[in-house]
Design a protein around this ligand. Structure first.
Ligand SMILES: [Zn+2]
Length: 131
């Protein structure tokens, strides 16, 4: 499966770490989107929820999302997920995580820095040029 460099649009083979055209680090590229995963509302056991967590993080890594929003409920799964995420930060697997604003049943996991792409000159108005 080929991927696409978000910086220059070049199609690059899967498994390539940096874009051969513009040297962008493909793994760190994000389009700013966020995945959503519910890992705790179908009577999951803690073990099942943790395996869903792993799957969600893998999905996020394979996509261009900058993070994944996890619905974890308010019980023991939530505690276990937060413990695991703390460990993953120490390990460098994820960047950060945060309780989703105003909703204690969800956790936002940050896997890539949401940087705005450099604005492209195309499509905008050009100053000082007349047709
Ligand atoms: Zn590129």
């Amino acid at each position: 499966m080929a991927a696409e460099c978000l910086a220059c649009g070049m199609s690059v083979p899967a498994g390539v770490a940096t874009c051969p055209k513009c040297d962008a680090v493909l793994d760190e590229q994000t389009d700013g989107s966020v995945l959503h995963r519910d890992i705790a509302h179908q009577h999951e056991t803690v073990a099942q929820a943790m395996s869903k967590l792993t799957q969600a993080l893998q999905d996020c890594r394979r996509s261009h999302a900058c993070g994944v929003r996890l619905a974890v409920g308010r019980g023991v799964i939530r505690e276990e997920v937060m413990r695991q995420l703390s460990w993953l930060i120490t390990n460098g697997e994820i960047l950060d995580f945060d309780h989703d604003e105003g909703n204690t049943g969800a956790i936002m996991v940050i896997m890539r820095r949401c940087r705005r792409q450099a604005p492209k000159p195309s499509g905008g108005k050009r100053s000082g040029q007349k047709p």
